[in-house]
Design a protein around this ligand. Structure first.
Ligand code: ADQ
Length: 755
């Protein structure tokens, strides 16, 4: 016997063991005004379908907008809302009408929705609707804070509430906050189009966990972080100061029993199904079920269907397309225009292609009951999901759940998130009318064995990757993210205490000191040539290198020629150039190379790109090194420079993805170099020359030093100069503070000589 969804729900809750507060724009219940006053209706739509069974009796709270406002029967309305809170633990957030309109019909659905679905041409923006969006998020924040108790898990849903995670973080700094984006995240070409994009990203980063429908969307989010905020991230994590934010791809599923139970034993479903079988006997049924939204590709589908009927006359009277379209966002002009256009097309097609015995297209423009929907899923020979862009698309999964025997074909747009995990469907590009029509024809003619094989594989996957599993994975990841937060803080660098390190230095017998140059021993100069070492630094390095217990290495991104000129005279010191690509040890007279042969032909491709950036911002210039190319923008306008640097890195990252070259950002530079030319690689050579050191010290201020810190074992004294995230164990405020530490080393060396 199939398990009821609610019993699964308690399993989710008990395995998670904490109370969950779900926050979404809409509650799963909606207020409706009838002649007798207010009544309650259960919402349809992806989010409600997915979350309802997960939370209905699990003891969690759901916070959202209840629909229906105004001055009518205020008392009756309040009474119903009180009942919802009592019986269903659904807590209504009331938004003033003006705020609700600007927020929902304005910024959320006319600005965010089109941009996130790759329709920037549909974007409409005004500052007032943005203010309303902020205000609505603030009101939601207040409602969550009022319900929050220690150890609750807060789960924020979707694009309406992208500012909420940070607002909550400000009010509840220790709370566990997760965010799930149901819609796609756009590419980094499109995302920057969005007005107020920085605030939105910063709003999201208040969460402990950010989850997306697919890996593709997650990667696009990371690319936007880099491009818009200049923030680097790892596949699964981004650091916001000292707080980690976990990143996940968690495709949503459905509650299969909600469909299969009706299929097995519901009388209305069975009666409807029998009636339709009789009505459509001798004809193949193709089904499409959508909210009436321009992203769902309804018009494209109708055109492709017309194309099919014209190009394959043998299908005449042999096929019917049933298009269900639920009215949606009717307060927005674009949606009304869409509705008019669909109505026109339906009339035109049936008028031109139909016969007295045959209506090729059955169009239903209303919401239908699930009992009916399941009957249609069972009936349909083909289900046609043609989204131009979709976060997931639950219809694809619902249809597959209703095909336990495998007697149906799913035709699925490759631009729906569902395509990432439903490869056995016949995939289409819905923008290609002709090929889409050909795929529908193929679906109608697919042989029995292939059809069953494809559908049964899909069916098992949809049953397994259901909404309960999704919920469990999300809440599990959220709890892990919160505990990672603790571990992360434990591993944050401490301030370096000069006396403590001086004592450790004095006690040691075999020391290794690795020092970066620019930003570490000296401040940054406007041009690289201007940063020549002052006598004080040369004396200090001389003193440290002349200690017999010391092995000192200067590691820099500068060229060998430059370093030789400035430091060649210091005896007993290793010099490492171009981040480790070349080095000179005290025992060898000449420079050695980490790799014997290094291709440099890539420079002629990358150079014009960097030069183009030089043209775009006065004061920037390109430095050519043996192994790398560097774009410097220290003397350029700082804000524009940062912005262009983000753009340049995003562009180069995509271009260099398949090569051994990487583009990375340093202090006011973007450098392109081979990935192996890094300070971590050369470390092995250095340590081989001084086996078993009892004092290992490395200091640096930028990204290239992080490679080194990562390679050094935990007992090493790794020191980062200045603010910013680092893998080092210690930090000092600036190059002067580091210099004082090195002076302490030199003094303690002198003391041991005189004592
Ligand atoms: P939606 O854009 O609403 O959801 P979708 O995933 O297709 O899109 O879900 C629609 C839901 O509404 C399905 O459960 C379907 O059965 C139901 N439905 C559709 N037409 C109906 C009708 N005429 N009558 C009754 N019910 C109908 C958003 C994202 C999606 C994402 C979901 C869930 O846009 O990409 O899959 O959230 O994360």
């Amino acid at each position: 016997m199939a398990l009821h969804p609610l019993s699964r729900l308690s399993a989710v809750q008990s395995s998670v063991g904490a109370r969950v507060i779900v926050v979404s724009n809409r509650l799963p219940l909606t207020l409706r005004k009838t002649e007798d006053g207010w009544s309650t209706e259960r919402s349809s739509g992806g989010l409600a379908s997915a979350m309802n069974p997960l939370l209905r009796k699990g003891g969690g709270d759901w916070i959202g907008w209840p629909g229906g406002g105004g001055e009518d029967d205020v008392q009756g309305r309040m009474a119903i809302l009180a009942q919802w809170a009592e019986d269903e633990r659904c807590f209504a957030v009331d938004l003033p009408e003006k705020v609700a309109t600007g927020f929902y019909e304005g910024y959320a659905n006319q600005t965010l929705w089109p941009v996130f679905h790759n329709f920037p041409s549909q974007l409409k923006f005004d500052a007032k609707s943005w203010e309303a969006y902020i205000e609505a998020n603030r009101i939601f924040c207040e409602a969550v804070v009022n319900r929050y108790g220690p150890n609750d898990l807060i789960w924020v849903h979707d694009y309406h509430l992208m500012l909420l995670p940070q607002m909550l973080r400000d009010r509840l700094p220790d709370a566990a906050i997760g965010f799930f984006l149901h819609i796609p995240f756009p590419s980094s070409e499109i995302f920057p189009v969005l007005p107020r994009r920085e605030e939105l990203l910063e709003g999201l980063l208040g969460a402990d966990l950010l989850a997306f429908q697919t890996h593709g969307h997650l990667q696009q989010f990371r690319a936007a972080l880099l491009r818009v905020l200049g923030m680097e991230s790892k596949i699964q994590q981004v650091a916001v100061g000292s707080r980690p934010v976990r990143l996940e791809a968690l495709p949503i599923g459905i509650a299969p029993e909600e469909y299969t139970d009706l299929l097995k034993s519901d009388k209305t479903t069975a009666d409807q199904y029998a009636e339709w079988v009789a009505r459509y006997s001798g004809r193949k049924v193709v089904l499409a079920v959508d909210r009436l939204d321009y992203t769902k590709g309804v018009i494209e589908r109708l055109r492709a269907y017309a194309h099919l009927l014209r190009s394959s006359p043998e299908l005449k009277e042999k096929v019917v397309l049933i298009q269900i379209a639920v009215p949606s966002r009717e307060g927005i002009d674009t949606y009304q225009e869409l509705r008019t256009e669909v109505n026109r097309l339906v009339g035109e097609m049936n008028g031109k292609l139909g016969t007295p015995e045959w209506t090729p297209l059955v169009y239903i423009n209303r919401s239908i009951e699930r009992t009916e929907l399941v009957g249609l899923y069972k009936l349909a020979d083909v289900c046609w999901v043609g989204s131009l862009r979709d976060g997931m698309n639950l219809v694809a999964k619902e249809y597959v759940a209703c095909k336990p025997e495998g007697d149906g074909v799913l035709v699925l747009s490759e631009f729906a998130g569902a395509a990432a995990e439903m490869g056995e469907a016949l995939l289409i590009n819905p923008f290609d009318e002709e090929r889409t029509a050909a795929t529908i024809e193929r679906a109608l003619a697919l042989d029995d064995q292939e059809r069953r094989q494809r559908m049964q594989t899909l069916h098992h996957r949809v049953l397994r990757n259901n909404v309960f599993r999704w919920g469990e994975r999300f809440l599990g990841a959220l709890q892990e993210a919160v505990s990672e937060r603790g571990r992360y803080i434990d591993t944050q660098p401490q301030r370096l205490r000069p006396t403590e390190i001086r004592d450790a230095y004095a006690r040691a017998k075999r020391r290794v000191l690795i020092l970066d140059y620019d930003g570490t021993l000296v401040p940054f100069a406007k041009r690289p040539q201007q940063a020549a070492p002052p006598t004080r630094i040369l004396d200090l390095l001389n003193a440290l290198a002349s200690e017999p217990q010391n092995c000192v290495a200067l590691m820099s991104g500068r060229s060998a020629e430059n370093l030789d000129r400035w430091f060649g005279m210091i005896r007993g010191m290793w010099i490492v150039a171009e981040h480790g690509a070349e080095f000179k040890s005290p025992s060898a007279p000449a420079w050695e190379y980490l790799r014997p042969q290094v291709p440099t032909e890539w420079k002629s491709t990358v150079m014009p790109i960097l030069e183009h950036f030089v043209d775009r911002i006065p004061g920037s210039f390109v430095e050519e090194k043996k192994y790398g190319l560097v774009w410097h923008y220290r003397m350029a306008d700082p804000e524009f420079g940062e912005w262009l640097a983000n753009e340049l890195v995003s562009m180069l990252e995509a271009m260099l993805a398949e090569t051994e070259l990487r583009a990375f950002r340093g202090e006011k530079i973007v450098e392109v170099k081979p990935v192996w030319a890094n300070k971590g690689e050369v470390l092995e050579r250095l340590l081989a020359s001084r086996s078993d050191p009892d004092f290992l010290f490395a200091a640096g201020d930028d990204r290239t030093d992080e490679d080194l810190f990562e390679r050094l074992q935990s007992g090493a004294w790794t020191v980062h100069i200045g603010p910013g995230p680092t893998r080092a164990s210690y930090v000092v405020a600036n190059f002067e503070a580091l210099r004082r530490v090195l002076e302490l080393f030199a003094e303690s060396g002198n003391l041991s000589k005189t004592s």
